[in-house]
Design a protein around this ligand. Structure first.
Ligand code: SAH
Length: 322
């Protein structure tokens, strides 16, 4: 089967799928995400949402793959203080995580995919959502492109390559390409909404641009906070890939990309950290540590990218591309 089919089964199988059988976040889980590191992450996004909302008028706040709902709870605390009370929509397929989200954001409405969310002005957020969607991988080998597949041999699961696919191009031997039809479907739906109603989107994820593009395939597995073999324990590890932010920006007209460290700095995370440290002297070290993890180039500051896109005429977006 293709790597995309393998990922889809591992992550989303109704009975055995990784996301459907557990809450993977936090110390007892397999990985930790920016909103779970510190409230400061969501607060900076709350400021972003409020600034953009001032240009849009009444809007729905939509989040794709909200995890435990931590990011949304932090965002709503800030937007409320700044005078906004949007309707909240969560796009989430996992019943376990929907239950956690309902505790943190009881007023939310749930949908299984973005197409189910009613049309209208929206601000859409997605943190570490796209990297969980299935991706196809292709290697330029010998007489053309071959798709990477997962099969079974005497020792269990193993990687393989399909027969050469029709069509040749100028790519060099050994080049890799990744393509996610599932991600493209969501991006097309976002682009349609940006083109039709005053809306904006903020996508944050692991990924690269032409400046730091990796040369090999990017699918990786995480289990208990350590890298794992993606073929070990299907349904028991998180599987992700690195997003091509240049390709994403092409799918969303007018999009701009920066890295997470620069974005958070421009939104004022340094000032917020100092403020919190003054109010909670016992947490000074923990706050400094969280700030470092979220922004330092050798931690999440560089590998995580932020893409902003908006309907035509909404102007440059705060924190991005200025
Ligand atoms: N944004 C959260 C969680 C990231 S984990 C955070 O930053 O902490 C990925 C999230 O996407 C989980 O909530 C998972 O259940 C959800 N998810 C994965 N595939 C999905 C799909 N196809 N449709 C909707 N949600 C999905």
């Amino acid at each position: 089967m293709s790597v995309a089919r393998f990922m889809q089964l591992c992550l989303s199988h109704p009975e055995h799928g990784y996301y459907l059988t557990r809450d993977p976040l936090g110390a007892a889980g397999d990985f930790i995400t920016a909103p779970e590191i510190s409230q400061m992450f969501g607060e900076m996004i709350g400021i972003w949402v409020a600034e953009v909302a001032a240009r849009i008028g009444p809007f729905a706040l939509v989040e794709l793959g909200p995890g435990r709902g931590t990011l949304m709870a932090d965002v709503l605390r800030v937007t409320k203080r700044l005078g906004h009370s949007p309707e909240v929509w969560f796009v989430e397929t996992s019943p376990t995580l929907r239950a956690a989200q309902a505790v943190n954001v009881p007023q939310a409405t749930w949908a299984n995919n973005l197409a189910e969310v009613p049309d209208g002005p929206m601000i859409l957020l997605a943190n570490e959502f796209f990297d969980a969607l299935p991706v196809r991988q292709f290697l330029r080998a010998g007489d053309g492109w071959r798709e990477r597949v997962v099969g079974v041999d005497n020792n269990g699961l193993s990687w393989g390559l399909s027969a050469a696919l029709p069509g040749r191009d100028a790519a060099i031997e050994g080049a890799w390409r990744e393509q996610s039809p599932a991600a493209e479907t969501v991006l097309d739906e976002i682009a349609r909404r940006l083109a039709t109603t005053a809306s904006a989107t903020l996508v944050i994820d692991y990924g690269y641009t032409r400046l730091d593009r990796p040369s090999g395939p990017t699918v990786q597995a995480m289990r208990a906070h350590a890298p794992a073999d993606p073929l070990s324990g299907p349904g028991h590890c998180d599987l992700t890939w690195l997003l091509d932010f240049d390709a994403m920006a092409q799918a969303l007209p007018g999009a701009a990309v920066t890295n997470q460290g620069a974005f958070l700095a421009r939104m004022g995370i340094g000032t917020r950290a100092a403020q919190l440290a003054e109010a909670r002297p016992k947490e000074v070290d923990a706050l400094a540590d969280a700030l470092e993890r979220l922004t330092a180039p050798d931690q999440m500051g560089h590998l995580f990218k932020v893409l902003g896109a908006a309907s035509p005429g909404l102007g440059p977006l705060p924190g991005i591309g200025d």
